[in-house]
Design a protein around this ligand. Sequence first.
Ligand code: PMT
Length: 411
Amino acid sequence: MSLASTPSEPMLTGRRIVLGLTGSIAAYKSATLARELRRRGADVRVVMTPGATEFITPLTMATLVDHPVHSDFTEDQDAGVWTNHVELGIWGDLILVAPATANTLAAMVHGGCDNLLQAVLLSARCPVAVAPAMDLDMFTHDATQSNLATLKERGVDVIEPGTGPLASGLVGKGRMAEPEDIADHLEQWFAKDLPYAGKRVVITAGPTHEPLDAVRFLGNRSSGKMGFALAEALAAQGAEVTLVAGPVSLATPDRVHSRVDVSTAMDMNDAVQKIWPRMDLGIACAAVSDFRPAVTSEDKWHRGDVPPAVELIENPDILAGMGATKQHHQRLVGFALESDDGVASAEGKLARKNLDAIVLNSLRDAGAGFGHDTNKVSVLFQGGKSVSFELKSKYEVAQDLVELWRTTLNP
Ligand code: PMT
């Protein structure tokens, strides 16, 4: 999804993957897999065993990855040009064998070198993943299971096969994992190196709606765009993001771990209180209503029924509650939307709510604050340090903030 002018890059951007195909009917799925890896930004080179070329042509794979396929030890026998298998193993960030037959798994265990792919695997310096594909009895056979256990011990990432109808007509475990699932798996595998890997983050976003009667509410003009952009940017950096969203019409950004939809400030408070103790970082971007009507009519008010005055009572301050229970390892960031330059007011919130930083946006700046696709922010930290950014798309603002927090707050 694109929230603003600069959507996040696909997760596998710049990742170099050597895709090895072996002789299994599942090789037809490798065409979709290659396309999926490329769609997610990976640079893919294909190595095929002679067996694999009987199931799918090198031309198909070469066209999909936009590079010649390697399947022989020699490129041009007459001229004596050989395929440098060592180079491929060094080039890749990862070698993925998909499908991986029982035969190739056995060769990997015993250091077989009968074909180019096996030579690449034997000389590889990068990590290796395999997606086994075979008949159910071959898969459950002690030999295969012991080979898989050995490979796992050596650090090979085994992407478990699925269960279902097999080429033999039998039904059981042995189907190569689906291309989308393999690509998801690799995204997660690569994500472990990202700066926010292993960090759990809760973000509040959007407005709250405080009901007056069955159809009316007190609310505000927050669209949720800033909070959702933050969720997207943090998830792209490997964080496990839980998004607590008020009533907005935005799709959940890619890779966000979970989303809790709420309507009122009380609901948002309940959701956050449950989640916050397990988090490493909390970001309160929501425009929470500080008040709610003391009495809510379950029916729609009609002319004549409307009370002469609406009594308001205070909502809990969600962020202040998070600040009051903040643990030593937790970091907490608030937002402040002010109608003047707002520094004094933001500094007051920073101290009062026990925050590590507060992000100030002002209604005085054109293109900043509610609703826009852009924002202009300054970040004030405990201790007096502050950093200001120019007007940018909300996604770029989110990227700046995520990087700034990484270096200053060390969440
Ligand atoms: O959603 P968009 O259209 O993209 O707009 C983004 C935004 C302008 C809403 C966002 O950038 C922003 O500034 N959010 C904070 C809005 C605000 O003014 O908050 P506040 O000053 O009322 O509250 C200060 C902080 O306390 C905020 O982090 C707020 O989430 C939190 N708070 C406030 C009241 C309350 N009862 N509970 C809270 O947690």
